[in-house]
Design a protein around this ligand. Structure first.
Ligand code: COA
Ligand code: MG
Length: 297
């Protein structure tokens, strides 16, 4: 299933957890990492496990993911031990250095799923794959690593700028500086190379709906298929932006029909324009994206 919107919810806030349940997000990311202070982590683990336990997989309004703490911290195994029994749909892994960390997490999940009686292999993994200085160099390796649990790749600019001691991640015009644009593009390519979702990072100003919609449009046009949200108000604009429009679907179906009408043809004409294999591939991707959403819409 394609996840268009993934809404972060601080795991230590019972109020936000309840509020998030009705936000309409394709997935919630129940956070145990940076939105929770160290002293709040035990409470967050309890609240997050309880929230998921009250909502068995078959009755969830949103898929329920958990962002654990980085694997090299003292918190990560405690996080996993606390939440796997409540059958999260997936685990977001922050500050991942490369595919080996995803493999290590996958082994932990293999064992914990069996212990907890959760369907083996059913918990997905979404690494935040650009948050350390080393991580961007490894992006292409995800495609070669054979990671069955990998569902997507996403990127983040805040931790990466902290990792390199930068005082800003923006250029003089207020756009992402080159380092972050590069990390973003490599994430997009790496996700498609691995055959998983490319997930755009967050839009930090949650009152700026017009800016959010414009940047979602740009991201989708480039090949991203979903986006992180940090506030319930961002969910509907993100869902709408990452859903193919009626006219896009109609056009895609006409492209496919034009090729179907000429079996064996590598190139056809439609509305006075040449169409070849990349157009057919794109049209099929649009229809597939819609099909992946269809049960929800
Ligand atoms: N999930 C669920 N509910 C949320 C929410 C979220 N991410 N963000 C805000 N809300 C709720 C608030 O509790 C509030 O409800 P209430 O009035 O019934 O209490 C309502 O939505 C409106 O919130 P608002 O006043 O506009 O925002 P805020 O100042 O309370 O919160 C943030 C702003 C940024 C602190 C908050 O949106 C947030 O916690 N976001 C997620 C942060 C996070 O997880 N970061 C980690 C990844 S970068
Ligand atoms: Mg972070």
């Amino acid at each position: 299933m394609t996840l268009r919107s993934l809404l972060f919810v601080p795991g230590d806030s019972a109020r936000k957890l309840e509020k998030a349940d009705g936000a309409g997000a394709d997935a919630l990311i129940l956070d145990l990492e940076d939105s929770v202070a160290p002293e709040g982590k035990p409470l967050a683990r309890t609240l997050v496990a309880g929230f998921m336990g009250d909502r068995p997989r078959a009755r969830r309004r949103s898929r329920l993911w958990v962002r654990i703490n980085p694997l090299n911290t003292e918190h990560a195994l405690t996080d996993l031990a606390a939440v796997v029994g409540a059958a999260p749909d997936g685990v977001m892994l922050p500050k991942a250095d490369g595919p080996e960390e995803v493999r290590r997490l996958s082994f932990y999940l293999d064992a914990l799923e069996v212990q907890a009686g959760v369907e083996p292999g059913s918990i997905g993994i979404l690494p935040v794959a650009t948050e350390t200085a080393a991580a961007p160099f490894r992006l292409g390796d995800y495609a070669l690593a054979g990671l069955a649990r990998l569902r997507g790749l996403t990127w983040g600019a805040e931790d990466l700028s902290a990792a390199v001691g930068a005082s800003t991640n923006l250029d003089v015009h207020g756009a992402w500086a080159l380092t972050y644009r590069m990390a973003r593009s490599l994430t997009l390519l790496a996700a498609h190379a691995a055959g998983v979702q490319a997930i755009e990072t967050l839009h930090v100003d949650f009152t700026d709906e017009a800016g959010l919609r414009a940047s979602c449009r740009a991201a989708r046009a480039e090949g991203f298929t979903g986006r992180i949200a940090i506030h319930p108000a961002q969910v509907i604009p993100i869902n709408e932006s990452f859903t193919p429009s009626d006219s896009e679907l109609d056009h895609a179906r006409r492209v496919i029909a034009a090729f179907d009408a000429k079996p064996g043809a590598g190139v056809v004409g439609l509305d006075g324009k040449m169409l070849d294999m990349p157009h057919l591939k794109q049209a099929r991707a649009v229809v597939a994206a819609w099909t992946a959403l269809a049960p929800e819409t």
